[in-house]
Ligand binder design. Sequence first.
Ligand code: 13P
Length: 252
Amino acid sequence: MRKAYIAGNWKMNLTPSEGARYAAELAAAVKEAGVDCRVMIAPAFVAIPAVVEAVKGSPIIVAAQNMANHTSGAYTGEVAPAMLKDAGVKTVILGHSERRQYYGETDEIINSKVILALSEGMDVVLCVGETLDERQGGRLEEVLSRQIKVGLKDVSAEDMARITIAYEPVWAIGTGMTATPEDADGAHSFIRATVASLYSDDIAKNLIIQYGGSVKAGNIKALMAKENVDGALVGGASLSLEQFLPIITYNK
Ligand code: 13P
């Protein structure tokens, strides 16, 4: 049985004090509502220590939105895995389409980050997804297949237990255009089949695949009802308790 995993990617929103205030409310609400899915939030780097402190004692996972592909040294502006771990973070989102699109991260760079994170004992949420052009050009499967094969290159079967894949069609991010539950399920099923061909049916069966792209309280239920949708990676609607709580309590 795959346990539902719902994550909030705060992107470049919420200062340390805003983040800590909200995270403390969220921790209390998770307890009060008896939330039974895995819940993760990913604040900006500078907000991580305050947010970790705010959710102490709660099952909420605090993750980073990105990480360097080096362990230390002269890499101005970058944050190393050891720094994240020291700050209380054990999970990192890698390969988000905004990192690919605006900061030139290639599948190879993302793969080097995945390998480093795993070797440092961290869990990874690896993001994949096609642009509108790629989808309309009939290249959905080719793009997903490349992002997965290169992104997971040299990842051992054993380490696959620490990988979550987030399918985020670029055209559905922040646009209000959600993939239909059928679109999401179809892409997720292709992702699962790709992982089965690279590893094994068992590993593919246990793989958690999140959907991301305009997830809201109003569409989470229909998405989660699909066989291959195991969770969500939420952007805009993860920034307030009013919007995020109904998402993580979709099954209540
Ligand atoms: P939105 O939920 O704002 O569309 O963002 C999705 C996303 O990119 C999460 O990583």
